[in-house]
Write a protein that binds this ligand. Structure first.
Ligand code: NAD
Ligand code: ZN
Length: 376
């Protein structure tokens, strides 16, 4: 599989390899800023080398053994608080649950954190979602800071204030909307991120570009954008969406392009076979076919999107065993309220359309375009 250009370029730049060294050095010290203006809170997102962070009161860094092992010293060199505690939660989506929250709360009480204390989410989306949730319920809410360490967390989960955990009824069904004080995005952490996780984050970046910004899409396509700039643009777009619709009553649902199909793929494969971003990439290919049938997208445009996903190392073909079974799974999704089906579809590249309850026959025909055994 060919590696994506944004990926290659950034990784060379990070390693300071031939020719790219200048680029890295030029970018060094430069901090990009995006402001989130949600109804409940306004806060900045900084993209660039992690600055010195000085906090009053006690601080608890919430992390997991992997991220802590790799990067805690980098963070602690830059962090000052009256007392700094480290709370380590187990690594993995399966631990994004009540037990971890309970354990985390116990540690916060052990260390006698109070209303003036601050939590720092230091990890991927799992740690970010749980830390935000902890911050929102501990003593009815204390301050927290997001320092995301995966690409997905940088462009998606750390922005917008959705927090929460999973339970046996489904994913992210318990939680709160709770915004951080500030988000620090430092691409230094991406050096140790497994390439597959990096690519999963790229799926969300491409999703934002297709929905909202054709020029951004074309820059990624041409490879003429650095990873920092791509993160900034994705964050800007998400920040704009969140400012318009913090609690997902309208335009925020547009972030679900590729997700209605993708969630079914994750469900059918028991959340084991694919990373979320991979399922989204395959879901995007399906949404594109549906958009074509609804007269919103040409096959050429669909191919451009899918080619870009493939070039970034993402899968675009999920073999559908049984279209009827796949269809029935749409209604297990918590976002399909009261048997109403909502698809977010591209209206060309750079614009979206929300399509509710398309005729079942059209959706089944779409799924039939992904027969088992055809590709893979
Ligand atoms: N709140 C939101 O708006 C929102 C949006 C999208 C996704 N999410 C949630 O985010 C979660 C997925 O986040 P994710 O993809 O970051 O997964 P993750 O947090 O599980 O991280 C993936 C893996 O990478 C490891 N890791 C993290 N940073 C690393 C680094 N710098 N180097 C090496 N390894 C590193 C993690 O320990 C983990 O093993 C899901 O629970 C999802 O529900 C939330
Ligand atoms: Zn997603």
């Amino acid at each position: 599989m060919e590696k994506g250009r944004v990926n290659r370029k950034s990784q060379r730049a990070q390693r300071g390899e031939n020719g790219k060294r200048g680029e890295k050095e030029k970018g060094k010290g430069k901090i990009l800023r995006v402001d989130v203006e949600a109804l409940s809170k306004k806060y900045p997102i900084f993209i660039g080398e992690l600055p010195k962070i000085e906090l009053k009161g006690k601080v608890a860094v919430i992390t997991n053994p992997k991220v802590g092992g790799l990067h805690l010293s980098y963070l602690l060199q830059r962090l000052k608080g009256d007392e700094v505690y480290i709370v380590t939660l187990p690594d993995g989506e399966e631990y994004k649950n009540w037990e971890s929250i309970q354990y985390g709360l116990d540690r916060l009480f052990d260390h006698k954190l109070d209303r003036n204390s601050t939590l720092i989410a230091f990890g991927g989306g799992v740690i970010g979602d749980m830390t935000g949730f902890l911050a929102s319920i501990f003593l009815r809410g204390i301050k927290f800071i997001q320092i995301p360490t995966t690409l997905l967390a940088m462009v998606d989960s750390s922005v917008g204030g959705k927090t929460g955990i999973n339970n046996r009824f489904g994913k992210n069904l318990v939680g709160s909307f709770y915004q951080p004080e500030v988000v620090y995005i430092d691409t230094h952490f991406l050096q140790t991120l497994p390439p597959r996780e990096f690519r999963a984050g790229m799926a969300e970046i491409i999703k934002m570009a297709v929905m909202f910004d054709r020029d951004f899409f074309e820059k990624i396509e041409r490879g003429s954008i650095s990873i920092e700039e791509a993160i900034k643009r994705a964050v800007e777009l998400k920040a704009w969406v969140v400012s318009e619709d913090e609690k997902e009553r309208g335009v925020r649902s547009v972030l679900n392009y590729g997700h209605t199909f993708g969630h079914v793929i994750e469900n059918l494969t028991n959340y084991r076979k694919y990373l979320h971003g991979e399922a989204v990439a395959m879901g995007i290919a399906m949404a594109n076919r549906l958009a074509e049938k609804m007269g919103l997208l040409t096959r050429e445009e669909g191919e451009r999107i899918e080619n870009l996903l493939r070039r970034e190392g993402l899968p675009t073909y999920f073999p559908v065993e049984d279209p009827e079974e796949f269809y029935s799974h749409f209604f297990l999704d918590k976002k399909a309220s009261q048997n109403r089906l909502k698809f977010i579809l591209p209206d060309g590249i750079g614009k979206f359309k929300i399509v509710e309850n398309p005729p079942k026959g059209v959706v089944i025909e779409t799924l039939e375009e992904f027969p088992k055994g055809a590709k893979g």
